[in-house]
Ligand binder design. Structure first.
Ligand code: AMP
Length: 216
């Protein structure tokens, strides 16, 4: 089993770039934010029930909850799986526990990638972001618009603005990321496993840089 992790602030393009990497490799793209929202839609999911109040406040779900979700995903994926996580880990605790989990499952970390962009770019992207209600595909009104406004190219579902992309929640999420990211970045950087990626370049170029590392 191999896992790669894509780190970066909200709006840094993790979803778009992870999808491009998955298209060009046998890595599966797993967004923990999307997986949690799916859990919330099933009325009996313990993870969904426990996550709801945090998600509604645009806060991180507790580490134990995120880790339970990820452990379930890794175990179900099986030994030969290759997974690219988008939005996990988000804290140093999650990163440390992912290392232990991979060790326990006989897997390894194929790479850790940090997408970097200035705050002004992140804010503009977040406010233009629209997600498909049906399949979760993410578009952006400015830099990655759908062919028909308001309609998903992949499944024709309706495109909506997520509550946590509303203006008042964007600032809160960026601040939360800023606070949590230091320890997380240090954890991978000090062990020589972090690759820095310029999130303002073409997403295909970023995806190519990631592929060059994970395919070795
Ligand atoms: P995202 O779709 O990646 O922006 O995630 C949406 C929301 O899901 C976040 O604001 C958090 O509330 C929650 N979430 C996703 N991944 C994690 C994680 N690894 N740890 C804690 N909360 C998470």
């Amino acid at each position: 089993m191999q896992a790669a992790v894509l780190l970066g602030a909200p709006g840094s393009g993790k979803g778009t770039i992870a999808a491009a990497v998955a298209r060009e490799s046998d890595f599966r793209h797993i967004s923990t934010g999307y997986a949690i929202r799916q859990e919330m839609e099933s009325p009996h999911s313990e993870i969904g029930i426990a996550a709801r109040s945090y998600m509604e406040r645009s806060e991180y779900v507790p580490d134990e909850l995120a880790l339970a979700l990820v452990k379930g995903i890794l175990v179900e994926a099986g030994r030969g799986a290759k997974i690219l996580f988008d939005g996990f880990p988000r804290t140093e605790t999650q990163a440390r526990r992912l290392d232990s989990l991979l060790r326990d499952l006989g897997g390894r970390l194929a790479g850790a990638f940090l997408l970097q962009a200035d705050e002004a770019v992140l804010v503009e992207r977040l406010q233009g972001r629209r997600s498909c209600e049906g399949c979760g595909t993410v578009f952006n009104r400015v830099w990655n618009p759908p062919t028909v406004a308001g309609i998903c190219d992949a499944c024709s579902g309706a495109l909506v603005q997520r509550v946590d992309d509303f203006e008042e929640n964007v600032a809160k999420r960026l601040k939360l990321h800023e606070e949590a990211a230091h320890g997380l970045i240090r954890w991978y950087d000090e062990s020589g496993r972090l690759t820095w990626i310029d999130a303002t370049q073409d997403p295909e170029v970023s995806a190519g840089q990631i592929l060059a590392v994970v395919k070795t």
